[in-house]
Write a protein that binds this ligand. Structure first.
Ligand SMILES: Nc1ncnc2c1ncn2[C@@H]1O[C@H](COP(=O)(O)OP(=O)(O)O)[C@@H](O)[C@H]1O
Ligand SMILES: [Mg+2]
Length: 592
């Protein structure tokens, strides 16, 4: 199977932004200096104890044995065991401390990422599938966990260890130490090549790692459709293809990682051989003691240990930076819809909602979806919007919520530009009942309160009584469990629940967007009464096709192709003998 380079869906030449990522990571550490420092102290203590051990060997070989001193031997053995035990103890402390600090950091990062994502516009969510976002929050943050619990501190520690070992070796014999020097430039070149070659590979792996759950979520969300059309095979085929590509990418990365590791592993015996050869000669020449050779061989192990580890770390670092890069990209996104520095708080609608000559399009290049739309909705009154599918009805209401911004004209509440209002207060004042309703897992009661436990049950009962829909909730008791996405309720039933929810939340203005379009005649009759009651209490915009509902509204607006064609009361529009009256006659079977 062959794939072109562009099929990741995104920029195939994307580079990791190391600076931004580093800023993100160092910011996270900065607030936890204490815990990380403590872990570091434990780690350094363990390392220093470890470095002490070759000196004991040298002491035994060069001092205790030649001196024929059994007491010194016993002492050396005792010190060795004590040092080892202490080493293990500090190791234990360090692992524990790091795990704690690391988990804490990841929790904060996840929280920050999630909180940030919740502020982003709906536009962001339409371009970013839920599954992929999920991968960002879950797997990308977990990758960073490895970096923080281990890598960062180990690297600092290893650098220190490397320096100390080097100095100790140079202290015992400078000449032999200098002979080992050529190893390091070779090492640096290997490392550089490794980073260059694998960094795009790591990005690719991360991308695919997000694509797999992304695809899976999309497909499982549409499982009903897939099964109805017998398309399961196609889905699992695509899934396999995706998984295979991820597999290949992972294997490629692994191959280079292992090659890099092996090339470094080979440097260790090379250096050891050099010590045997040159060091041995120096012993023969009487320039060196046997103990120093043993010390060098042991220290070479210590010297290479951080190098080996670093080669492993390099892949963790690469992985983490590509994860961190993707996280910081999301954190850098700013909502396109912004509030001004000191927004006005909308406490209540006293006067009216006004649209004046509003023009709107969803993107630069696209055509106008709303053209010069104007209307006034006085407080306590209702406006019905009617028109063909795609005519722009929902868009009118989306603008009122500021889900999107418009390009020309004015939208005002009590004469105040809605763009100067705080988004939170604006949206809190307006309730929405949509066509496709999302219910959360929980009971019917939970959903009526929209998970707000501070709302007393009595308010729910009052709302139901006020709307006159007690019968419905006899059939669907408030304690009934709602399954995920409300799967155990029909669309009509969900609409009744969401209407009641709007009443419970007691918002001043209510937008009903085809909220009764999926009900059977019986339920609709029930709801028509409920809506009649709602209209009496609230300021309402109602998008509907049924004239039985529209008739109850104070005014009717006909929209077609984004333009307001007719606006007036039911009787006025009927008298105009235009679009509305045609619509009316069609529905009552009097049409041509
Ligand atoms: N999020 C969106 N991005 C781009 N175009 C959109 C979006 N939402 C709606 N549209 C387009 O805007 C037009 C009006 O849509 P809408 O207001 O939903 O119509 P209605 O509610 O009257 O059926 C349609 O042509 C639709 O394709
Ligand atoms: Mg619509």
């Amino acid at each position: 199977m062959h794939h072109g380079h562009g099929d990741d869906g995104q920029d195939p030449k994307e580079k990791i932004d190391y600076k931004a990522t580093f800023r993100l990571l160092s910011g996270l550490i900065k607030t936890r200096k204490g815990p990380f420092l403590l872990a570091f102290v434990y780690m350094v203590s363990a390392t220093l104890l470890n470095l002490f051990i070759p000196m004991i060997a040298k002491f035994v070989i060069d001092t205790a044995i030649p001196g024929r001193d059994p007491k010194a031997l016993l002492l050396a053995a005792g010190v060795y065991i004590a040092a080892t035990l202490l080493f293990l103890f500090f190791n234990y402390l360090q692992v524990l401390q790091l795990a704690r600090a690391g988990q804490d950091l990841i929790v904060e990062l996840k929280q920050r990422l999630l909180a940030h994502m919740l502020t982003l516009d709906l536009e962001f969510y339409s371009s970013m599938p839920v599954g992929r976002l999920n991968a960002r929050v879950q797997s990308d943050t977990s990758t960073l966990y490895a970096l923080f619990t281990n890598t960062v501190i180990t690297i600092v520690n290893d650098l220190l260890m490397f320096g100390v070992v080097f100095c100790v070796m140079a202290f015992y014999n400078l000449e032999l130490t200098l002979m080992l020097m050529p190893v390091f430039p070779v090492l640096a070149v290997f490392g550089w090549v490794f980073v260059r070659v694998t960094s795009p590979m790591f990005i690719k792996v991360r991308k695919l790692a997000a694509e797999v759950p992304g695809f899976l979520t999309e497909q499982l969300n549409g499982i009903g459709v897939l099964q109805a059309f017998s398309r399961e095979a196609g889905t699992s085929g695509k899934m396999e293809d995706l998984n295979r590509r991820k597999f290949n990418a992972e294997v490629n990365v692994e191959i280079y990682t292992v090659l890099f590791f092996l090339s470094i592993v080979l440097l260790h015996p090379a250096a050891t051989a050099a010590v045997f050869n040159f060091g041995g000669k120096m012993v023969i020449e009487g320039k060196l003691t046997v103990g120093v050779i043993v010390l060098f061989v042991l220290y070479l192990g210590f010297l290479f240990e951080p190098i080996f580890r670093f080669s492993e770390h390099l892949s963790v670092i690469q992985r983490s930076f590509s994860s961190g890069h993707r996280i910081s990209k999301i954190l850098a996104l700013r909502p396109a819809l912004t509030e001004q520095a000191k927004p006005h708080y909308l406490t209540s609608v006293r006067d009216s909602i006004d649209f004046r000559n509003v023009w709107m399009r969803y993107s630069e290049g696209a055509g106008w979806v709303l053209k010069n739309v104007s209307f006034t909705l006085p407080r306590g009154k209702s406006l019905a919007i009617l028109g063909e599918t795609g005519g722009g009805k929902t868009t009118v209401t989306s603008l009122l919520f500021r889900f999107y911004d418009f390009q020309k004209g004015h939208i005002e509440i009590d004469g105040t530009d809605i763009r100067t209002l705080s988004l939170g207060s604006l949206r809190a004042a307006i309730g929405l009942v949509q066509q496709d309703i999302y219910l959360f897992p929980g009971t019917v009661m939970d959903n009526l309160k929209l998970m707000d436990t501070s709302i007393p049950d009595s308010r729910v009962h009052d709302a139901i009584r006020l709307m006159g829909i007690e019968a419905f909730f006899k059939k669907h008791p408030l304690g009934k469990k709602v399954q995920e996405k409300g799967a155990n309720l029909s669309i009509g039933e969900k609409q009744v629940i969401s209407l009641a929810r709007a009443m419970v939340l007691d918002q001043e203005v209510l937008v009903l967007d085809e909220a009764t379009s999926n009900m059977d005649p019986h339920t609709e009759r029930l709801i028509t009464t409920a809506i009649k009651n709602l209209l009496r209490h609230k300021t309402v915009i109602i998008i509907a096709h049924r004239l039985s509902t529209v008739r109850n509204a104070d005014r009717v607006m006909m929209i077609s192709g984004g333009e307001v064609k007719e606006l007036g009361t039911h009787d006025e529009l009927l008298a105009m003998d235009g679009l509305y009256s045609k619509y009316y006659r069609l529905q009552f079977g009097e049409g041509e």
